[in-house]
Design a protein around this ligand. Structure first.
Ligand SMILES: *Cc1c(COP(=O)(O)O)cnc(C)c1O
Length: 227
């Protein structure tokens, strides 16, 4: 994938997101496109940043560390992958949000490192919307309990939900996720603002926008298929 193809891919995604927004969303709502960088060399990532995709999604701490110093300074980094407690210290100072919190234990560890760094860390709660054995994320019927625990932590702030639907079930999953998100908006937890719905990847972002996503996480759709 060269920079020209990356630029063309981004134009197409912006067009599709714009079209879905015009059709399904209120005019004042925004949808951010995140470039998911796993396996992608930093030069290619910077080509996407240069095209205006300034939000980057990182899955692996080690890989992120090898590339971060080479990223364009305009880039804002979110961590979106499975996060082990012993790796939090490596990312706490350079990411602006963690999308993949699915236990009070992980949240407490993030809280501890955030306190140590003197910052308030924004997090999303990852929901296992398809209730799949193989996936991380909290089950929908455990969300209330999780949010109750997480909302007691003073150095993290819950900003919304993230989810990866089962293959072939995006539409119904996004619809359900939206209902859960709206229900939680009207419940009032401490240190929680239900503003962000991180949903939709290369194959299903249009459907995610239809159901209220405001961050779509796109990897292969921008950078081509991963080897
Ligand atoms: C890899 C990944 C994506 C992007 O997947 P594509 O299908 O390549 O767009 C989005 N979110 C998460 C959590 C990922 O790991």
């Amino acid at each position: 994938m060269d920079d020209y193809e990356i630029s063309e891919n981004i134009k197409r995604i912006l067009y599709n997101v714009g079209e879905a927004k015009a059709k399904y969303r209120k005019s004042d709502e925004t949808v951010r496109i995140m470039a998911v960088t796993k396996t992608v060399p930093y030069e290619r990532v910077n080509a996407a940043v240069n095209e205006g995709i300034t939000l980057l999604g990182e899955n692996r701490v080690q890989e992120y560390f090898e590339k971060k110093d080479f990223y364009d300074k305009k880039a804002e980094i979110n961590f979106i992958g499975h996060l082990q407690s012993n790796k939090i210290k490596y990312i706490i100072d350079s990411v602006t949000m963690i999308h993949s919190v699915d236990s009070v234990k992980l949240a407490s560890e993030i809280d501890r490192y955030a306190a140590r760094s003197g910052r308030l860390m924004d997090v999303l709660i990852e929901v296992n919307i398809g209730e799949e054995e193989s996936k991380s994320g909290v089950l929908p019927d455990r969300l209330d309990e999780l949010l109750g625990g997480v909302s007691e932590l003073k150095n993290i702030r819950v900003k919304g939900l993230m989810s990866i639907p089962p293959i072939g079930k995006s539409e119904e999953s996004f619809e359900r996720l939206r209902r859960i998100f709206d229900d939680l908006k009207s419940a009032h937890y401490e240190n929680t603002e239900m503003d962000i719905l991180s949903a939709g990847m290369s194959a299903d972002y249009v459907s995610a926008v239809k159901y209220g996503s405001n961050i779509v996480r796109i990897g292969s759709g921008i950078f081509g298929s991963r080897k």
